[in-house]
Design a protein around this ligand. Structure first.
Ligand SMILES: [Mg+2]
Length: 272
């Protein structure tokens, strides 16, 4: 819901949430067109691509990799992918391009576009993997995904099973104390090693030479992106929300992936 305008103690009108979201988006647009040093951090699903029934059935617009390449060139390489997917999966979707990336919420990192993928997480506990598989056996329609650094359970095909799935995981995961966390997202529940988040991943990437001393901008649509918005804002940058299942249209800078892509065209200098 849109916030009411409030007067600050100094009598100035504060921006409503809706105005703030729109202003942040225009500010970034203005900074990029003025050639100011911006670093762009992009989530994939629900941000660049419409969410599909299963992660493997997403539709990728044919010009997406080219578009991201042009923006990356314009930003002197300061464009990174920050996703819950594995980096190999991000590469597959964005082929033939490759970008600096954080995958599995920072469990995987690639510090240069052509560099190798580093796995930062400890090896995922095989006993826990087996226990999670057993849970899924009793819940038809749940799609089990082993991401190496974590396990994702997608319930878009069986939304009624969300609470049972959560309840079972909340019973199971504490049996491995202080090792794993349950993270909820868009029709997905993930079990990840503790201490990894998109916020932490963004901070690491923002410290790289081609990203340092730039204004960080994170664009995302999911609960896991909130941490990365905060990290970007802490570094005097921007967090731009994409409306969908988690953020309302009023609080978001974009109404959906189609609008993000239009905006990226503008940033690339090929729009408007
Ligand atoms: Mg997303």
């Amino acid at each position: 819901m849109q916030q009411l305008k409030k007067s600050s103690p100094r009598g100035e009108m504060e921006l409503s949430t809706r105005e703030h979201a729109a202003a942040s988006r225009s500010n970034v647009e203005r900074l990029v067109s003025a050639g100011s040093p911006v670093a762009l951090f992009l989530d994939i699903d629900g941000t660049l691509l419409d969410v599909a029934l299963t992660p493997s059935t997403v539709h990728v617009p044919p010009n997406l990799s080219q578009l991201l390449d042009s923006i990356s060139a314009r930003l002197s390489g300061a464009l990174a992918i920050v996703t819950g997917r594995q980096i190999q999966e991000a590469d597959r979707l964005l082929q033939p391009s490759k970008f600096v990336a954080a995958g599995v919420h920072g469990g995987q990192m690639r510090f240069s576009a052509e560099g190798s993928i580093a796995t930062l997480t400890p090896r995922f506990d095989s006993a826990l993997t087996e226990d999670i598989k057993k849970i899924v056996e009793d819940l038809p329609g749940i799609v089990f995904e082993d991401k190496g650094s974590g396990i994702a359970l997608h319930y878009r095909l069986a939304p009624d099973l969300q609470s049972s799935l959560l309840m079972m995981l909340e019973t199971l995961v504490p049996k491995y104390p202080n090792q794993f966390a349950i993270c909820e997202g868009r029709k997905v529940v993930e079990v990840l090693p503790v201490g990894f988040s998109k916020g932490r991943a963004l901070r690491k990437l923002a410290a790289l030479p081609q990203f340092a001393n730039r204004i960080p901008v994170m664009v995302g649509d999911d609960i896991a992106d909130i941490d990365a918005f905060r990290a970007a804002e802490d570094l005097s940058g921007f967090g731009l929300k994409v409306a969908g299942e988690n953020f309302s249209k009023d609080e978001s800078s974009f109404q959906g992936p189609a609008e993000v892509l239009d905006w990226l065209q503008i940033l690339a200098g090929s729009g408007r």
